[in-house]
Design a binder for this molecule. Structure first.
Ligand code: SF4
Length: 336
């Protein structure tokens, strides 16, 4: 993205009802995606640490802070409820930098009426009605249907790799800032993959937790003979239940509402996708690491918990742990 375009964007810190800013004619960019896919991610982290951000602050927060300072997007929508306990403090350190600031907070505990009020508030701030956002929702549902097809081609037909699935679904938080282009590229991709031959794998894995900072996570796992048939959080970002109205759609979104809706969703997908084991990715210094306790206790299949800190390739120790986990799952599969 060039600097002129960056100045026009509204950056988001997490998945929001994107139908609202798009209906208001805004260009939206998920700063998590811009940070992690940038060649300069280290520069953004260093900038935040030199500005005084603690070393023990999560890399995603430092990365977004550094990105905003250096690249200067025109405005931001901060998710202050349901995403990250650090976002509000980051917002406070960024106030002088930004021309435009919007806030969105998912209600906790989940409450549909409260969510509707919050969505209407954001609509009003952006000068549109919820009805107009619903119309945009219908347009985006066409793309979400294609993403649903891609997801089925991943876990049922095994024509799409776990990495490709991850990339497409995680990018749907902002549709790469251009829903029309995203849709045409996705259609081309789907046409291409349907000509492939399926490669069925013995070990079927689910990746759960926030998107890993490891650049080669899926490559490493899939090169060891396993297949990632569920990318939990990216699938949530993609909102594949396309028949729902906007409020219901964002009410069913599990990510902002604590670990219990996620556990219920993952348990259903384990059954449906015939998953043998889960890799739970956790981020250093993230409050969500605590959820691991409940995930391990409640989900009745083997779970390997791994941790990452800064954007990098997988370290050797984590790779060895993944290898041993897959070996254990392979032995268990043989006995069935
Ligand atoms: S990984 Fe955790 S601490 Fe970091 S931004 Fe996400 S929710 Fe916040």
């Amino acid at each position: 993205m060039n600097s002129e375009t960056i100045k026009k964007i509204l950056g988001i810190t997490s998945t929001i009802p994107i139908e609202i800013p798009i209906a208001a004619g805004r260009i939206v960019a998920d700063l998590n995606n811009l940070f992690i896919n940038s060649q300069s991610s280290e520069k953004y982290l260093k900038f935040a640490e030199e500005a005084g951000y603690p070393r023990t602050c999560c890399a995603w927060i430092k990365g977004i802070y550094g990105y905003v300072h250096i690249e200067q997007p025109g405005g931001m929508i901060f998710v202050t409820g349901g995403d990250c306990s650090n976002t509000q403090a980051m917002l406070e350190t960024l106030i002088p930098e930004l021309r435009e600031i919007f806030i969105f907070a998912y209600p906790y505990p989940p409450d549909k009426a409260a969510l509707k009020i919050e969505m209407e508030r954001l609509c009003a701030e952006m000068g549109i009605s919820l009805k107009q956002a619903e119309e945009t929702g219908k347009r985006l549902s066409i793309i979400r249907k294609l993403l649903k097809e891609l997801d089925i081609l991943t876990w049922e037909d095994e024509l799409v790799s776990g990495f490709e699935n991850f990339q497409w679904l995680v990018s749907s938080s902002d549709f790469n800032s251009s829903p029309d282009l995203f849709e045409s590229e996705l259609r081309l991709f789907l046409d291409r993959v349907k000509k492939r031959n399926s490669r069925f794998s013995r070990i079927r894995l689910g990746l759960i937790g926030i998107p890993p900072v490891f650049s080669d996570f899926h490559d490493v796992v899939e090169s060891l003979g396993a297949k990632i048939v569920l990318n939990e959080i990216p699938r949530q970002f993609a909102m594949l239940d396309t028949e729902l109205d906007l409020v219901t759609r964002y009410h069913k979104f599990t990510y902002p509402y604590g670990v219990w809706p996620r556990i219920k969703d993952i348990a259903g997908e384990i059954e449906k996708r015939k998953i043998n084991g889960l890799i739970h990715y956790t981020q250093s210094f993230c409050h969500r690491q605590i959820h691991d306790v409940l995930i391990r206790r409640e989900l009745k299949i083997p779970v390997l918990t791994i941790e990452g800190e800064n954007p990098s390739k997988i370290d050797q120790r984590t790779k060895l742990r993944i290898e041993s986990f897959l070996e254990m799952l392979d032995n268990a599969t043989e006995k069935i």
